[in-house]
Design a protein around this ligand. Structure first.
Ligand code: ZN
Length: 320
């Protein structure tokens, strides 16, 4: 893959293509998780380091890059057993950078999920960003720009990643050998990672489990909500998925109730279940469950749910 074959993010890709021969010293790739920030950072880095600047796959630089042993390329990320990227990790870069590149005329550092840097780590990085050697190039990927120091941001070129169109998601799925499905395109909200996750067996099982649970609703929301609450343990790494699956299902059921048509249903692979549920309950029953479930959003782990998601779902609902 190179910048010409990268699917989506046309604006960012265009900027990077122009920068191939004279890149800026620091970029921040910013946007929600799953939008391909790391993939594009890797693609750009490989192409920059390639002897022909095309990510040819065959030159020495490309082969070293693919083996992740390129001496002029490093990825820095938080250690799994640590809470943040420490100042020591950044100091190592500062030391390493003084040695200059070996093969290429660039030395590239990707700081992955850079918002995980401690404040002292960010301050240490700042010193390098203020007076970088001309061969140095930093790419910071960041899911939450607010957690970076304004001084770090102002020394970098911020490139914002956007959600993908349905046709771009389809292309990405096909490039992974997957057949694009209507419900995936509707439910992934333009996020390729969410789209790809739907093809995971475990995710499919979880989704079926949630649907079965919702179909057991007998109009007494209290007991069902209690059961979902107990499921937080099971879904703790994946609370957003549980939450969104329930919300979208209830939204679909309300849509069907209001319009008596399947046209605007998102869970198109589960139409029968949506219709069964919708026929079994009154609008006020469904609303009550929805409202009670929304209260769970106050659950401590639930800060993963962005207000955007809710706005989007309900905007659609009220807008018809
Ligand atoms: Zn090459």
């Amino acid at each position: 893959m190179n910048l010409d074959t990268f699917i989506g993010q046309k604006g960012v890709v265009a900027t990077l293509k122009k920068a191939l021969f004279q890149p800026f010293h620091a970029y921040i790739f910013e946007g929600e998780k799953g939008l391909g920030k790391k993939l594009l950072a890797m693609t750009f880095s490989k192409q920059l380091l390639c002897e022909k600047k095309i990510a040819c796959d065959v030159c020495k630089s490309c082969r070293l890059f693919d083996a992740l042993t390129h001496p002029d390329f490093k990825i820095i990320k938080r250690d799994e057993d640590r809470k943040e990227i420490s100042v020591d990790a950044i100091r190592e870069i500062t030391k390493d950078i003084s040695r200059g590149p070996i093969f290429a005329n660039k030395k590239i550092y990707i700081i992955q999920e850079a918002e995980e840097m401690s404040t002292s780590a960010q301050n240490a990085l700042l010193k390098t960003l203020e007076e970088p050697p001309e061969y140095a190039l930093f790419i910071l990927t960041c899911n939450n720009l607010e957690r970076l120091l304004p001084t770090v941001i102002s020394r970098s070129l911020v490139l914002s990643f956007k959600r993908y169109s349905a046709s771009e998601i389809s292309e990405i799925l096909k490039s992974h050998g997957l057949e694009p499905r209507d419900y995936v395109l509707k439910l992934c909200r333009g996020n390729p990672k969410i789209a790809l996750d739907f093809y995971d067996k475990e995710v499919q099982n979880k989704r079926d489990y949630i649907f079965e649970k919702l179909l057991s609703y007998d109009g007494a929301s209290f007991s069902l909500i209690k059961e979902f609450e107990n499921d937080f343990e099971k879904f703790k790494d994946d609370f957003a998925f549980l939450f969104e699956t329930v919300i979208y299902f209830l939204r679909d059921a309300l849509m069907f109730k209001k319009l008596s048509s399947v046209e605007l249903i998102t869970n198109t692979d589960k139409l029968e279940k949506v219709i069964e549920f919708s026929n079994r309950h009154t609008i006020s029953h469904i609303y009550r469950l929805l409202q009670d479930f929304m209260m769970l959003e106050k659950y401590p782990d639930s800060n993963v749910i962005s207000d955007n998601v809710l706005d989007m779902i309900f905007l659609k609902l009220s807008g018809g």
